[in-house]
Ligand binder design. Sequence first.
Ligand code: FMN
Length: 436
Amino acid sequence: MKKAHFLAFLQHGVSSHSVGMWRHPLDKVGYDYASPKYWQHMARTMERGLFDAIFLADELAPYNSYADSSDTTVRYAVQAPTHEPGALTTVITGAIEHLGVGLTLSTAFEHPYSMARRLSTLDHLSEGRVAWNIVGSYSPSEWAAYGEEMPERSTRYERIAEYVELCCELWDSWQPGAVVADRATGIYADPAKVREIDFTGKYFRCRGRHFVAPSPQGRPVLWQAGSSEEGRRFAAATAEAVFAIHPTVETMRHYSRDMRARVHAAGRDPDAVKFYYGVQPIVAMTDAEAQAKADHLATLVHPEATLAMLSGQLGIDFSTYDPSTPLDDIPVPGIQGVKDALVATGAGAGVTIAEAAHTYSLRFSMPQVIGSPSTVADQLEHFMDDGGADGFMLLATYTPGCFEEFVDMVVPELQRRGRYRLRYPAKTLRDNILLD
Ligand SMILES: Cc1cc2nc3c(=O)[nH]c(=O)nc-3n(C[C@H](O)[C@H](O)[C@H](O)COP(=O)(O)O)c2cc1C
């Protein structure tokens, strides 16, 4: 029987993906989200729950697609403010011993040479517990903040593929035995075993040696979350773990089958790629109590904030549309996977912009798993057994409380059922993802 894996889906900011949760009376009681103490407590909580990693999502600027302004985003804390995630990584990994960090870093505005150096350094400082969520910046606001025009999706993916190829050349350039460290001769490293990179691509050039000695994992674990045709192709060729948002077990199953076939066609072992699906757990001692909690959480979302968030992620100004327009009819330059998931929540009926916006900003189009520990465990088992999930990315509500509740209530229930590990199997993040 397959065992579950968990990631905590968070951002380095006052609210993560679920809009308005900072308003909840139990949110960050006694903690400042910008302080190390909060993150160290979060890390210890996830490690107590034997999670694979904290996933730090990121974008590089506040959304401004709605009404051509970031006013609404800033007013309602729609994934804003968001602090830089790289600096947070060692605060987290320094607090615990096994939990990893999946770090979202964009390929859009940084040269691959410094990206490879940064990630190798973080892999050393975390003792092999870093993953890279590879993104190319999908929001026009990010490109505007950096003074550039956003390229089309196909160009973004072509550029990302070349970017990652160069990073991998750099990471793989120190051969085994390159570090000699012979005090008698004074030779530290053998240059014959440290290949100089000479790369000329369509988008990047690089000549030089990788500046960091081989890190515990060699490369960070490569994660990807693209859902469009281009995104799936790239993920199948490159990713070690894939995240996807699917509102129903049917769409999960469909995506798992499609992606496993693509991974196989790319000449890779389909079982070596792990599929994490997003879910929002809302757990309490009884089903009724959990439902009451979920009902209260839904009241915290401001309607205008929902449209600003959806506009930002899909790259469309929804202030110019009638909110009753079906979403399916509108092509999106932003995240295709988000749109597909929202359309699928309607199970055939035309989902309107207003409905999609509410669903999205509350639960990011993920299924909510609401109930007692046993009800939640039943649903997670169903997603693993019938949807092809290897693990779950848990969407936060109020923090750290929602994770404390999950770890205290759902983790022991899954362990009792033999569907969750009793200890970490390994030291590095890559091994903890691959092994149960
Ligand atoms: C679950 C999930 C999480 C994502 N997290 C981020 C993120 O933190 N930052 C980001 O820039 N893009 C993020 N993305 C966007 C994708 O990585 C990708 O760049 C985007 O989906 C555009 O590609 P697509 O059209 O193929 O989906 C996420 C997507 C999904 C489905």
